[in-house]
Write a protein that binds this ligand. Structure first.
Ligand code: ADP
Length: 164
């Protein structure tokens, strides 16, 4: 059986930490689907279509990685539709562990056949989140080291549009 995993997240924006998890996950599974989803508890900086385009450009070098967008359905429903038997998520800290444990337990309740798999964040990225990067960027701090090139390009474009 082909091992298909879904990596769901809000990716607002995609960071080097997310990309690292995607690259490592792509080696574990036959196919990895990155689900660019809506997190109703977070305010979005990029629109859904901007995020989708950025993630697609950032994973173009990975042949077994596919990217999909979704704003309406439950993650477990999307996984079922994609034929995924695994959910991939990343853990940076104890704080993430607590959060991820609750999500995984709820997903197990909703879809017992779907197995959640976690990768520990690589040490060089374990202190970054989309939120912290957005906070620094809001005050013009340089966080380019933590962002894939397509994200930097999209940010520049957005800044130019805002200035017009
Ligand atoms: P969500 O809003 O669903 O939590 P995020 O885009 O914030 O989506 O994160 C998606 C997944 O990536 C989560 O499992 C999160 O723990 C993980 N993640 C976030 N930042 C990093 C990082 N720097 N390194 C590894 N994993 C990360």
């Amino acid at each position: 059986m082909k091992k298909i995993a879904l990596f769901p997240g809000s990716f607002d924006p995609l960071t080097m930490g997310h990309l690292d998890t995607i690259e490592r996950g792509a080696k574990l599974f036959d196919e990895l689907i990155v689900g660019v989803f809506l997190n109703t508890s977070k305010k979005s900086y990029f629109t859904a279509s901007e995020k989708l385009a950025i993630v697609k450009r950032s994973v173009a070098h990975l042949p077994n990685v596919k990217v999909i967008g979704q704003e309406q359905k439950l993650t477990v429903e999307v996984a079922k539709e994609c034929g995924a038997h695994f959910l991939l998520r990343g853990i940076r800290s104890v704080k993430d562990y607590e959060y991820e444990k609750d999500i995984a337990t709820m997903n197990h309740h909703l879809a017992p056949d779907l197995e959640s798999v976690f990768l520990l964040a690589s040490p060089q990225y374990s202190h970054i989140s989309s939120s912290i990067l957005k906070e620094v960027m809001a005050f013009s701090g340089d966080v380019a080291d933590y962002l894939p090139q397509p994200v930097c390009e999209a940010l520049e474009k957005k800044r130019d549009q805002d200035e017009k």
